[in-house]
Ligand binder design. Structure first.
Ligand SMILES: [Zn+2]
Length: 100
């Protein structure tokens, strides 16, 4: 017996996820700091993957400083990830104090 209301048949599911960070349901609000920080982290991760791919693609005869600069860029992106994570943790603590 099949259910008439199974999730697989529902072509228009409703996202009822509650986001206490911005007091929104479904999607985060347009000014949500948690979403902004998540987006920043995703952008940094994308840049990190791109820089790592560029490093792998460098030919053996690439100028030394091109390699050094690419490695430095990767290191800075790792640092950026740590800083964004630290900011996210601080924001989470602040949000936890505000919400009852
Ligand atoms: Zn939010």
């Amino acid at each position: 017996m099949t259910s008439l209301t199974s999730d697989a048949d529902n072509q228009h599911p409703v996202d009822s996820t509650y986001h206490p960070c911005c007091n929104a349901i479904g999607r985060h609000g347009p000014d949500c700091v948690v979403k902004a920080v998540d987006d920043a982290r995703a952008s940094i991760e994308l840049a990190h993957r791109g820089a790592a791919a560029a490093l792998r693609a460098l030919p053996d005869e690439a100028p030394l400083f091109a390699v050094v600069d690419t490695v430095n860029a990767i290191a800075h992106l790792r640092a950026a990830t740590r800083l964004v994570d630290r900011a996210a943790t601080a924001i989470d603590r602040t949000t936890a104090k505000v919400t009852p």
